[in-house]
Design a protein around this ligand. Sequence first.
Ligand code: SAH
Length: 243
Amino acid sequence: MQFHIITIFPEWFTSPLSTGLLQKAQDKAILSFCAHNLRDYAPGKHRSTDDTPYGGGWGMVMTPEPLVNAIEAVSAPLSNPRRIFLSPQGRPLSQAKTAELAASEALVLVCGRYEGVDERVLAFVDEEISIGDYIVSGGEVAALVLIDAVARLVPGVVGRKESTEDESFSTGLLEYPQYTRPEEFRGMSVPDVLLSGHHADITQWRRRQSLIRTRTRRPDLLKKASLSPEERRWLTQMDDTDT
Ligand code: SAH
């Protein structure tokens, strides 16, 4: 799978994309990354990519020509490129969305800066995606979040398939608590069931912990999660005992 990034700061991506899982995936030729310098697509001697907003107001807006030139030139040789503008006004990124994007052949990620981009650029992308209800100073950090979340769902990037299947959100629930050595740390012990070696008990304990944790921290997720009637009953009983 190919990731192409359009940015005024291509160097911003060097270290994160050449570290850990993402570097390994490139070594295995599962993923490839290319950060394109927007200035290379800007006309004129100064290669300017921004200008003052029509109608007045604070800050600068990215001009449409370099962005659209870049989107077209970068997309042209790709098969089925999905063009995404990172924007706080886009659809929020979710685990379901990352799974959908992980099935793409190529993503073209457009990073805004300053006050954002000229509205007409949006006619040249397929969708807008937000990383959350807050503003960061550029699309680069948002692109990196998206790349990392999508990349780990591409087969072969994360060692064992199971290790992404259990994770928070994949099942519609938050993940159960995890423990490793030592067995006792500052007076806190690992739950006995995890040391018992009884796989069925461990599976049930983990599932119930997921349910309890989701109910406490993110009750909104429970409404959409696929729970068995027995699990729903169990949660109701827990509610009764709590009150
Ligand atoms: N004035 C704009 C925000 C501009 S922030 C507004 O109010 O909507 C500059 C750039 O950072 C944006 O163009 C976008 O590419 C990126 N950005 C900022 N916050 C983001 C978020 N939550 N998700 C994705 N991209 C974001």
